[in-house]
Design a binder for this molecule. Structure first.
Ligand code: ADP
Ligand code: MG
Length: 339
């Protein structure tokens, strides 16, 4: 047996990066989450070649202080939590302090940022996680992250990337989820120079739903509002006649975070019981809002899986809210269009 020894930190970083950064869509998810956590009201996402050659995320958030610009890329460096107690009630999308380190480890990154307190911003360039340049730079308040040549130094991962069109589609889906999760933020998406999405950021979920899902889909939705034990549910769900052959239109959010939840999915579908055809699935955009300490988001590196204090309460809240929505007069125009 060879000797046991700690891994070189660079190798450890590459291994850790593999958990967070699976493909361009995961980079975009993390960068947009950071922008939202920074209080941005407008976020632009641009990609080229499905995000493989270029991802640029620009926000008008609080910016990063010049002296912390490099620290942001260190593993486990975060401004969002301080102590173990903070883990019990996480109010931000990020908190692990891993994303920027992971992204930088497997790409070439340019950061351009300025806070409101500073008159001039800073630009930092990294390659494979190593800072290669740093200089003062004029820029508006906020942050621009440019990620180039994803996985250029990890050929094993690069090999598993799909066609640019498929990676680009996954990025678009990730951006759409962010837009639906935060209607108060105007989200713009450009693929290879063409704008494919712009949400108004007026704080109305229906505006975001309309912009993301389009008119035809919005027409087949009914609005949902309900409250269960210690939680509220609101959003939109398909009319039984507008169910589709895939679950691809089901979007669940918990306290503003997109999640994959079997409980919420089961509750949604159960609410349709025998109202929908076999093999068809309702689409939905459902936001569950609950006390921060009623949900543990620290169960998976990408934070898309969460653990509820009580799965039953969540099931009931979703089930009854959706049932109530479906029992309304089916001939009424959909809430989305009542504007
Ligand atoms: P986390 O989001 O879990 O804290 P990240 O690695 O994603 O970890 O980011 C590290 C830190 O960099 C954040 O805690 C935040 O302080 C800062 N940061 C990252 N992106 C932005 C941004 N767009 N605007 C302002 N600050 C940012
Ligand atoms: Mg983050």
């Amino acid at each position: 047996m060879p000797h046991i020894q700690p891994l070189d930190p660079h190798v450890a970083d590459l291994i850790a990066a593999g958990e967070v950064v699976e493909r361009p869509a995961s980079v975009v998810k993390e960068l947009v989450e950071n922008a939202i956590d920074a209080g941005a009201t407008a976020v632009t996402v641009e990609i080229q070649h499905g995000g493989m050659t270029l991802i640029r995320v620009t926000d008008n958030g609080c910016g990063i202080a010049a002296e912390e610009a490099e620290t942001a890329f260190l593993r486990h460096a975060t401004s969002k939590i301080r102590s173990e107690y903070d883990l019990e009630a996480i109010g931000t999308l990020g908190f692990r302090g891993e994303a920027l380190a992971a992204i930088a480890a497997v790409s070439r990154v340019d950061l351009l940022t300025r806070t409101a307190d500073e008159s001039v911003g800073v630009s930092v360039e990294l390659e494979g996680g190593v800072v290669v340049s740093r200089e003062e730079a004029g820029c508006p308040q906020g942050t621009t992250m440019v990620v180039r040549d994803l996985f250029y130094n990890t050929p094993a991962r690069l090999k598993f990337m799909k066609k640019d069109s498929a990676e680009g589609a996954a990025v678009f889906a990730a951006v759409q989820r962010q837009a639906l999760s935060h209607p108060e933020v105007s989200i713009r998406f450009l693929r290879d120079g063409r704008q494919e999405l712009l949400t108004p950021g007026d704080g109305q979920l229906k505006s975001a739903v309309y912009a993301v899902l389009g008119r035809e889909m919005a027409l087949g939705l009914r609005s949902v509002t309900g409250s269960g034990e210690e939680m509220t549910v609101n959003g939109f769900t398909s009319l039984p006649t507008c169910c589709r052959g895939t679950r691809g239109y089901q979007h669940f959010f918990v306290n503003g975070r997109y999640v994959k939840s079997r409980t919420m999915m089961a509750a949604l579908e159960e609410a349709y019981a025998n109202q929908k055809m076999v093999g068809k699935f309702p689409g939905c955009v459902l936001h569950l809002t609950t006390k921060l300490n009623a949900v543990d988001v620290n169960v998976h590196p990408t934070k898309q899986e969460v653990k509820f204090g009580s799965e039953r309460k969540v099931f009931d809240a979703v089930y009854y809210a959706v049932r109530a929505a479906l029992e309304q007069d089916q001939t009424r125009p959909t809430a989305v269009l009542e504007r």
